[in-house]
Design a protein around this ligand. Sequence first.
Ligand code: KG4
Ligand code: ZN
Length: 340
Amino acid sequence: MDQDVLILGIETSCDETAAAVVKNGREVLSNVIDSQIELHTLYGGVVPEIASRKHTEKINVVIKEALAKADVTLDDLDAIAVTYGPGLVGALLVGVGAAKAICYAKNIPLVGVHHIEGHISAAYVEHKELEPPFVCMVASGGHSHLVICKDYGEYEVIGRTLDDAAGEAFDKVARAIGLGYPGGPKVDKLAKEGNPEAIAFPRAKVDGSVYDFSFSGLKSAVLNYLNQCEMKGEEVNTADVAASFQAAVVDVLVDHTVRAAKDKGIDTVTLGGGVASNSALREQMKIRCKSEGLKLYYPSPVLCTDNGVMIGVAGYYEYIKGVRHGYDLNAVPNLKLGER
Ligand code: KG4
Ligand code: ZN
């Protein structure tokens, strides 16, 4: 393509109001994220109704700021990409509504993007050499998916969680040891002071499916351990609990990912989603991929958690393939990857 393609990416599926301008799918011109985390911390988790209201309040401000930081106007945009699922329906609707309104007013194409496709696409930004095929481990608060990216926009989900997502397990364990929401970064920090081998928490295997995950048994094992300590009047070493729990999650995520790459004969592994910013996961994955001769790419932490850049990148690849959505685009809370 001889002309630059500028895409505004909008993301409002959970508790971040985010917008970004992305050039030619790989260059970030701006990345504005208004996080509601502090607000939801008061309630120990995301309150959907509050999230929607906050998105409504912030969406225009965030979009304006993204355009200003990129030094462009709405007239410079080639298309708008927006997350339309999966996520909280009221939250998604705010982004989808804003995107449709601008596309209609400016007569530019609208491209709906799957949230997980966004997380998968985040790795393209800082690794210009990265191209499909690769195996991507997407682990966030709502999802734990093992995906083969066969080509741009072409995915096969080969593993998923049967119960809790990895990030959800981090959040629940964090709450149980008194760390508060969001748990992932807090467990990550505390785990650095603990011994990952102190407590032998289970590494769950799912019968008949080598790539699927299950984290609810691990979460229960941690809660049982805490209860038992309380009953026996023993003091809990929370750093050891954090480190041992984290090691159990990381072991399973790394094992499944490396196994998938080897089984499928794919030499490249990527990470995405909030949990991909976990320092132990990044470290272990690096060690295992190196010893197995696999290339590994992961985004900076700011591009692992929800952001508009990843939607702009995914939207670019959909846009150049000719994907367009109509003004009847709706929020789809349980959208499956690969569906349109
Ligand atoms: O991708 P994301 O921002 O939102 C969803 O799509 O869900 O992921 C948020 C999740 C939360 O569960 C959070 O606790 C987790 O990612 N997370 C982490 C870390 N940073 C964020 N989990 C483990 N270690 C981290 N450093
Ligand atoms: Zn996400």
